[in-house]
Design a protein around this ligand. Structure first.
Ligand code: HEC
Length: 145
């Protein structure tokens, strides 16, 4: 547990000004910070899962779940019911992964499948509602595909 956990803690601290006490994320800048936190936290969780550190994975996973859920009001404000649905599905996938990790005896294959569902749920929204790239930066797509 070197490096990575620090990365998601740092990402969370950067976002903490708006996120620590806010239950709702509204506005493109807050949304961007929230997504960076979700991404960094999920990466940290994946790293722990890679070494079968299931208990360790749960904290960043819970963070990504909370912050992702907090972005839902943005989609309500933008009048994008499809994105609200995709947000719900991704949060549900994160919950299912957490449940898989909470089993008395953790089933590694089940965890891998649940993680795959999480990544697919993230991608499903990105494919439709995200534009830009790592170089120019990501934005909410103004006219969803
Ligand atoms: C309902 C839609 C939706 C879901 C679900 C979603 N995202 Fe995003 N995500 C976006 C949009 C839109 C952007 C681009 C906006 C931005 O970054 O400002 C984005 C951007 C990102 C970025 C890039 C941030 C940056 O600017 O560098 C990361 C990383 C990310 N998401 C991770 C995730 C992960 C991980 C999940 C799943 C656990 C997830 N997202 C689920 C809509 C979504």
């Amino acid at each position: 547990m070197t490096g990575r956990p620090a990365a998601w803690v740092a990402a969370f601290v950067v976002g903490a000004g708006t996120l620590a006490f806010a239950q709702k994320v509204i506005g493109p800048e807050e949304f961007d910070r929230a997504m960076k936190t979700v991404g960094a936290a999920l990466e940290a969780a994946e790293e722990s899962l890679g070494t079968a550190s299931y208990v360790e994975a749960k904290t960043p996973l819970a963070l990504s779940r909370q912050v992702l859920a907090s972005t839902r009001p943005e989609w309500v404000a933008l009048g994008q019911p499809d994105a609200v649905r995709l947000n719900r599905e991704a949060v549900a996938a994160l919950d299912a992964l957490d449940k898989a990790l909470s089993a008395a005896t953790v089933d590694a294959d089940f965890v891998t499948a649940a993680l795959g569902d999480v990544n697919r749920a993230c991608d499903a929204c990105h494919a439709v509602h995200r534009e830009g790239d790592a170089q120019t930066g990501y934005r909410i797509r103004s006219s969803p595909r």
